[in-house]
Design a protein around this ligand. Structure first.
Ligand SMILES: Cc1ncc(COP(=O)(O)O)c(C=O)c1O
Length: 383
């Protein structure tokens, strides 16, 4: 049976019916009072999700657009940027900074590991002339399923005086990310992740300190210009024609997030991801990230068993069960597969996915005790 596609990738993520129905309506004029009311609600609720008093800018662009918006409003050519890289998305910060003419240094770790805060502290302590202006980091590295300790890392960056620029694309809504309390200077995210709407929007919030640095940015980007976009936020409008239907859907999605409550949302993600990891091990599969303390609550990377290939697992899951899981990226392509548990995800989804994964592995000849994954999952979901 087809047409029952279940996306278990780390974005785009499934979209609730309430949101889909809202998006399906006729588009409205972006200068209408009706749309302005929607924006008022969206701008306010985004602050709740970002855990900030700062204005949250909304761009009609994917997550990378917001990454570009972050750095292109801060960097002047020659500025020293330190990029903490634990995978593809951390590397993307470094690439953007380089493209903007920054002098980029990286601290890199092997895939599957997180940044050791002590290593960052040591590097920042050495920078007695305060040459490092910006430190970029990724809270949840989607390519490996590793979560950095952003709270501690940001506290060291703050102590040093540089700006912290954080990618919260697959972390916001799935794990704690307290922009103001932790002192994050720039935080970005994307719509097709924890926000439960399709791709096409991204978000950015900046601290007062970051706004001050922005004032001295000689050539900020035109479309992504923070000042232009904030002016519109302040009068419940947008600088340019936005993706109106997505924003209408976002209003509903944010209302759903508020109804559930951020703490409960995070607890739901944590419970499902932890139980999923136990279930994976119970069917004799290895997790790519063995250290539970850095394992993501939004994405789990799994090694295929001996004799079974990642493309075959993905093919059977798609063809027989209409479930889509992600491949590894770049060097990890065909070495791992990744299951997303992000956004509009429920216990039922996890039970279905583990059941289907068991059936898939059974068909592909992997040796395990059928049913043990689902039983382990249920046991852990009920703890
Ligand atoms: C952590 C992270 N950062 C940035 C991005 C880039 O977002 P987009 O693909 O929406 O441009 C992604 C996409 O998956 C991501 O997972």
């Amino acid at each position: 049976m087809k047409d029952k596609t279940f996306l278990m990738i780390p974005g785009p993520t499934p979209v609730p019916e309430r949101v889909l129905l809202e998006i399906a309506k006729h588009p409205m004029g972006h200068r209408s009072s009706e749309f302005s009311k929607i924006l008022e609600s969206v701008y306010s609720d985004l602050k709740y999700v970002f855990q900030t008093k700062n204005d949250v800018l909304v761009y009609t662009a994917s997550g990378t657009g917001a990454m570009d918006a972050a750095l292109s409003n801060l960097i002047n050519p020659g500025d020293k940027v330190l990029s903490l890289v634990i995978g593809n998305f951390g590397q993307r910060w470094a690439k953007i900074a380089k493209a903007l003419g920054a002098d980029v240094e990286t601290i890199e770790v092997e895939p599957g590991k997180a940044i050791n805060p002590a290593v960052l502290k040591e590097r920042l302590d050495k920078d007695t002339n305060k040459e490092i202006k910006i430190v970029t980091l990724t809270q949840n590295e989607t390519s490996t399923g590793v979560t950095n300790d952003v709270k501690t890392l940001v506290s060291y960056i703050k102590e040093h005086g540089a700006l912290s620029v954080v990618d919260g694309v697959t972390s916001i809504g799935a794990m704690e990310c307290k922009m103001d309390e932790w002192g994050i200077d720039v935080l970005i995210s994307g719509s097709q992740k924890g926000f439960m709407i399709p791709p096409g929007l991204s978000f950015l919030a900046a601290s007062e300190k970051a706004w001050e640095v922005h004032k001295n940015c000689i050539r900020p980007d035109f479309y992504f210009n923070w000042s232009t976009n904030r002016k519109s936020v302040l009068d419940n409008s947008t600088a340019f024609t936005p993706a109106v239907s997505l924003i209408a859907g976002l209003k509903v999605a944010l209302e759903m997030m508020k109804e559930e409550g951020l703490e409960n949302i995070i607890e739901r993600h944590t419970k499902i991801a932890k139980a999923l990891r136990k279930a994976i091990k119970a069917i004799n599969l290895k997790l790519f990230v063995e250290d539970e303390s850095i394992a993501s609550t939004s994405i789990t990377a799994i090694l295929p068993p001996d004799g079974v290939s990642v493309p075959d697992i993905r093919k059977v899951l798609k063809n027989d069960y209409d479930i889509v899981v992600a491949n590894g990226q770049n060097a990890l392509k065909d070495k791992i597969f990744r299951m997303g548990t992000l956004g509009f995800v429920s216990q039922r989804d996890a039970i279905t996915a583990i059941g289907a994964l068991e059936a898939t592995l059974y068909k592909l000849g992997h040796k395990f005790e059928p049913g043990k994954g689902v039983a382990t999952l249920i046991e852990n979901l009920n703890k």
